[in-house]
Design a protein around this ligand. Sequence first.
Ligand code: PGA
Length: 236
Amino acid sequence: MNHQKPIIAGNFKSNLTRSEVLKYAKALENLPTNHASVYIFPTHTALLENHFKHLHIGAQNAFPAINGSFTGEITLSHLQEFHITSLIIGHSERRTLLGESQDFINEKFRFYEKERFTIFYCIGESLAIRKNGKNAVNDYLASQLEGINVDYENLVIAYEPIWAIGTGISAGLEEIESTLTYLCELTPAPLLYGGSVNANNAEEILGLESVGGVLVGSASLEISSFSGIINAALKS
Ligand code: PGA
């Protein structure tokens, strides 16, 4: 792991209700987490005022506008009301399930960059691309960074191979290290790994030289496993 505080981020996706998130955040606030920068990304209806001392609340998605006629979307003004300044952009579920194009992702990025948000920008290849070898993976990841200001100071990049998300099988340490070593050449941003990170494998993943933290889905839903991952950051 590099020398900055590791970033441990939980993406709750469409899980946990507002009352569950409130209970979770209060419990997390009382854990010893000073050695890490801890973020949670609840679903929109469960967003909480970002006033916790030991964790940041971020949004999983937002439309690139202050407000307006964008049925079903939330916008900057909604996030500002909660003092939220962290946002996930480009998650593979939005790219694949919701058809977000690189152009639209670029538009979101530019809008929230201007607002000085901390942007967790996600990239990652499918299994078919991984099977074509390292160069194919690297070219694909580079294409997902097209149009993105990779020197933006509040940028965090999460490398999340699609085949490792929610499958229980994380990428191998060697694959993570070599991919992140390549990404280091493209951007000075901290690099996270995501894809089936859990309390058992977090320590070795966080121990990798190029890894600046982890983005966690399933294993962030229970505070016991998420806190296990936070503790792993202390040991690695
Ligand atoms: P997972 O999800 O930890 O359940 O694999 C990671 C993510 O999608 O961010």
